[in-house]
Ligand binder design. Sequence first.
Ligand code: PGA
Length: 252
Amino acid sequence: MRRPIIVGNWKMHKTTAEAVALVNALRASVTQVQDVDIGVAPPFTALMAVAEALRGSRLFVVAQNMHWEPQGAFTGEISAAMLTGIGCTRVIIGHSERRQYFAETDATVNKKLRAALNAQLDPLLCIGETLDQREGNATFSVLEQQVRHGLADIAAESMARVVIAYEPIWAIGTGKTATPTQAQEVHAFIRSLLGELYGKALADEVRIQYGGSVNAGNIQTLMTQPDVDGALVGGASLEASSFAQIVSFQRG
Ligand code: PGA
């Protein structure tokens, strides 16, 4: 059985002091939640303080991005080793905002994914279609391309460490969540594609999160879908109470 994984993506929100206050409140309110993997992805500046505040807890610390080179003349960039060195265990790669505003491509996403895996940092690979692509019936072909190219040359041994986050771009920050049926349809498609690439047994192990306007009101029905294994949560992860309610969803 796949263990649910829910991660809060804080994007460009929270100073270090605000971040520590948030995780302190969060840590206190999720002590009862035993059967969900819970992570937070603060901005780079707060990672170290958040890792410190979460020491000894089950919550893990996720970076929102990284560079693929281990070091070098790349002003403004952060390497995988810099992240593991301060207690990050996972990294978000290829978020649609990175693809849209910072020119990330499937090729750079793939380089980052390989660099993360080599550095013992477990990646969350984000994929998703735009509204135009969905309305033009291109959802599956777009996702297939993102999965095949994003995972190029990723060996089966490493694949078990990758989490895929399906985030339809039209649902991010818009209040328009995919319906549970829409999410399930896409998640099942992704899993069958993983089956083609890695075999069914491994595909059945990989966790696929849904992201895009997840909140305390919709998490439960999303999580009842057989191929939805968790969530990547933006806006609703910025308050301890709403994120705590999300990770405490009751399984149907
Ligand atoms: P949202 O963001 O929950 O605010 O829609 C999700 C994401 O971009 O990861």
